[in-house]
Design a protein around this ligand. Structure first.
Ligand SMILES: [Mn+2]
Length: 325
């Protein structure tokens, strides 16, 4: 992991700040929350006041991450007061900050800690490391350099971020270096088995029913090596599953050997569909997402489409372009 030009400047800003706001991206995943809370707890340990949040009205921690130390310290995004420093974690661009974007821009100093390719350096100090496994990994390295003593709680947050963003150390962003870092975190007493149960085996029963709808609907376009499915707001209502609880549905459809590209289309409150894309490699879904106004990594990316039909069309066009290119 190479350290970017702003590395020392960011460490200095962290040392100097007294009151710090932190935000991860909207609809946070394990890495966003792990990096957010790990950094927040570490800063508190350094004697600073912190306000961790993200830019959706209630900023409610999803049930499967509610166990994270510091989850009860998350504040509503509307309650942020004056701060000396604002930190964004795991946000590929500033639109991912949602309703706290203006407050972020107004802060006297800001740090953007992220690993998404295409991050446009939207802060005053930018720690964007695209070959890092996760934002939690970057935060871990920053805390090491700051000399912050890690406790079990901080290590638990950071380990959770690394485990979830590497798909439990199974994706291409895992490496011997990442496993060694995770081992160092585990050595601080991280309850790895309990984390696995909380994150992966704590779904409400309705989630199983939603899974049934999604799998029943799945379509395979064998010529394109592409499998997809979708769900609506009504599906969520009928099964009593919240939108935040659906991030792992994509992993179900990607589990077939008959496709290397998988997509999940999720109806939003305005009737559009949020498209999540996954590739088993080497074909890039990042290229497809960016061509459609979205963003992400080469193997995991997303964009927004007007309808399921539009989304399918956009992905097929993107895949065809790559074959020809
Ligand atoms: Mn991440």
């Amino acid at each position: 992991m190479n350290k970017p030009a702003d590395w020392n400047g960011a460490l200095e800003a962290l040392r100097e700040a007294k009151v710090v706001a932190l935000a991860c991206h909207v609809n946070p995943d394990g890495d966003a929350l792990g990096a957010l809370l790990g950094m927040s707890l570490a800063l508190r340990k350094m004697g600073k006041t912190t306000h961790p949040t993200w830019g959706t009205p209630t900023a409610t921690v999803p049930y499967n991450y509610a166990f994270l130390p510091g989850a009860d310290s998350v504040v509503k995004p509307g309650s942020l007061g004056e701060v000396d420093l604002f930190i964004a974690v795991d946000c590929g661009d500033d639109s991912r900050l949602g309703s706290v974007k203006d407050a972020f821009k107004k802060a006297p100093r800001s740090i953007n800690i992220d690993h998404h390719p295409g991050n446009d350096d939207f802060a005053t100090l930018n720690i964007v490391i695209t070959d890092a496994s996760s934002t939690a990994e970057i935060v871990t390295r920053m805390l090491e350099d700051l000399g912050t003593p890690f406790d079990r709680d901080i290590a638990t947050c950071l380990y959770t971020g690394i485990v979830t963003d590497t798909g439990r150390f199974q994706y291409a962003n895992s490496s011997p270096e990442v496993l060694r870092l995770a081992a160092d975190l585990l050595a601080r007493g991280v309850p790895a088995t309990a984390i696995a149960q909380e994150v992966y085996e704590s779904a409400p029963f309705g989630y199983l029913k939603l899974t049934g709808h999604v799998l029943e609907r799945a379509k395979l376009l064998a010529d394109h090596g592409f499998v997809y499915s979708w769900f609506t707001r009504k599906d969520l209502k009928d099964t009593n599953v919240s939108s935040e609880e659906t991030e792992k549905l994509i992993d179900l459809v990607r589990s077939t050997r008959d496709a290397d590209i998988a997509a999940m289309f999720k109806e939003q409150s305005d009737g559009t569909y949020r498209v999540s894309l996954r590739s088993k490699g080497p074909r890039s879904v990042g290229t497809i997402a960016r061509a459609n106004g979205g963003g992400g990594h080469e193997l995991a990316a997303g964009f927004t489409a007007k309808s399921v039909e539009d989304a399918v069309k956009a992905v097929i066009e993107g895949l065809s372009a790559q074959v020809q290119g």
